[in-house]
Design a binder for this molecule. Structure first.
Ligand SMILES: C[S@@+](CC[C@H](N)C(=O)[O-])C[C@H]1O[C@@H](n2cnc3c(N)ncnc32)[C@H](O)[C@@H]1O
Length: 510
């Protein structure tokens, strides 16, 4: 750890994660649901962008200008490599928040985002950020912020302090992060094996520790649990932090969290319904669901819509299917009891993989006997389950296509040599679409001009070998010979051509 780090882990790079909540296109539908005019966004900023995957996807997948800073120079280099490939307007700085936020050359922003940052930084840095939001977020602008939430983490507070203490005082500085983390977790495990009174009073810490112990991703674990600062807070405390920046809470950016009523009993729903104050209400809700992580939208001023205007704007929003036909839920399947019938009507209409405005779908949905409420509920469910996503206008898609092609071109080149992250960019959704390593290898083969599944399989085989990865057959046996592996890959490629490739083409990934 170096002195510019303010106690933050900097000697091991963070994950190459993609987080859809940072995609500004996704805020329109939840804002309309909350009865507010969606923000009109031109300039966006991400503080602490890590490897810059999300920022680069959102810059190359839209017409927005993105800005951001992260003080880890290796991560900034990676992020700039992505930006250079796409040619998107991404202004990436390698400055600590305190310096970046004071720059005189920054525009005002309509969207400021922090993902995986707030819990792990010092009070001083939080103050820097709140001051930045106060000065630089436009009226009507949106803050997206995620953080570890109390009550869920309350019992882990002393155990995580002990993990850090052990790592800092009793593991050799010369040891790798993997060794230091393993030793520290091993110590905590020994402690729990002694059945301390603390663990008896807080039985959930044993399973939390076990989950952490099973995760062997040390880049993730070091940033997640071994920073000097680690402070889960309640929703009400977060509201206090943001109040000097004049922000109000809107809703969760994670669609499933807005369907919280499904997780509550009837008594809990009516208990919550009688709470008029939004801060008390959300704080109470977190206790009801034992919330672990919040991913929220806050606004600096908002315009309330009449229900007629909200309906008008809602009809203009577009949707697109984001799962392949073979992965769609079936009305009869046992695994999808929570999807109402309206979802299946909508899925049938979206099965052509085209972008549809909600307004254009309405006549057919109404003719099927569905009410507006049922249709709205169905759309929320499909968004929450990631079966559909919000789609850009055709002008936006056309604008982003060349940038997305260039970025995907780089990632499809890299997939032959490394296995860092599992997403490609869709200019249709303006964000990442998850694809397996093998699916990305098949796409890489396709962009290199290989036409047939057998050729895609032959292309993928040596790439997997170079990464030391081998497929297993249906019985779980590792396929040792190249001929066996190519045969198995060909089967997968045939399936890919049938299902996932049409989806990738419709989402303009290739
Ligand atoms: C847990 S990572 C999250 C990265 C990214 N937002 C994501 O979700 O993938 C937190 C990031 O904040 C950066 N960071 C922490 N403190 C910072 C500071 N004071 N100034 C600039 N960047 C900082 C770290 O380098 C790290 O990349």
């Amino acid at each position: 750890m170096s002195d510019w780090s303010a106690g933050y882990v900097t000697d091991i790079g963070y994950n190459y994660g993609y987080y859809a909540e940072l995609n500004p296109l996704r805020l329109n539908l939840p804002f309309l649901q909350a009865g507010l005019a969606p923000a009109s966004i031109g300039n966006a900023c991400e503080l602490g962008f890590g490897q810059g995957v999300s920022l680069n996807f959102h810059a190359a997948g839209s017409a927005l200008s993105w800005w951001g800073s992260d003080f880890n120079p290796s991560q900034v280099l990676y992020a700039r490599t992505l930006a250079a490939a796409s040619g998107a307007p991404a202004h990436l700085f390698d400055l600590p928040f305190a310096e970046f936020c004071q720059r005189q050359d920054l525009p005002d922003f309509d969207f400021i985002a922090l993902h995986g940052v707030w819990t792990w930084i010092s009070e001083a840095n939080r103050q820097v950020i709140v001051d930045f939001i106060d000065r630089k977020l436009n009226s009507g602008g949106v803050l997206y912020v995620s953080y570890y939430t109390l009550p869920s983490w309350v019992a882990m507070l002393p155990l995580r302090d002990l993990l850090l203490l052990y790592e800092q005082r009793l593991t050799p500085r010369s040891a790798s992060w993997a060794q230091r983390i393993e030793e520290s977790l091993g110590f905590a495990e020994q402690l729990l094996a002694c059945q301390p009174a603390f663990a008896q009073a807080n039985p959930q810490v044993a399973s939390k520790l076990q989950t952490i112990r099973q995760n062997k991703n040390y880049a993730y674990l070091s940033h997640e649990y071994f920073n000097r600062d680690w402070q889960p807070i309640t929703f009400s405390r977060m509201a206090e932090w943001l109040s000097p920046a004049r922000l109000n809470y809107v809703c969760s950016a994670h669609p499933a969290d807005n369907l919280y009523q499904e997780r509550l009993s009837a008594a809990q729903v009516s208990f919550l319904a009688q709470i008029s104050d939004p801060i008390v209400r959300e704080t109470t809700l977190d206790l009801l669901v034992n919330r672990q992580y919040r991913r929220d939208y806050w606004v600096k001023g908002s315009r309330a819509l009449s229900s007629a205007e909200a309906l008008h704007l809602w009809q203009q929003q577009s949707l697109v299917l984001t799962v392949s036909a073979d992965k769609l839920p079936q009305p009869t399947a046992q695994s999808n009891p929570s999807l109402p019938a309206a979802c299946f009507v909508l899925l049938r209409l979206l099965a052509d993989l085209q972008v549809h405005s909600i307004g254009s779908l309405l006549p057919t949905l109404r003719a099927a006997g569905l009410t507006l409420e049922q249709i709205q509920e169905a759309i929320h469910k499909l968004l929450a389950n990631n079966f559909v996503q919000a789609a850009h206008s055709s002008e936006n898609i056309a604008h982003a296509r060349a940038m997305a092609d260039r970025l995907n071109g780089l990632l499809l080149d890299w997939v032959q040599y490394s296995d860092t992250f599992g997403f490609l960019l869709s200019p249709v959704t303006g964000g990442g679409i998850a694809l397996s390593k093998i699916e990305r290898l098949f796409l890489s083969a396709i962009v290199q001009g290989h036409q047939e599944p057998r050729e895609w399989a032959r292309f993928a085989d040596p790439c997997l070998n170079a990464l030391g990865q081998r497929l297993v057959d249906a019985q779980g046996n590792t396929l040792l010979s190249s001929a066996q592996q190519v045969a198995q890959l060909t089967l997968l490629a045939e399936e890919f051509r049938l299902h996932k490739l049409p989806l990738c083409q419709a989402l303009q990934i290739v």
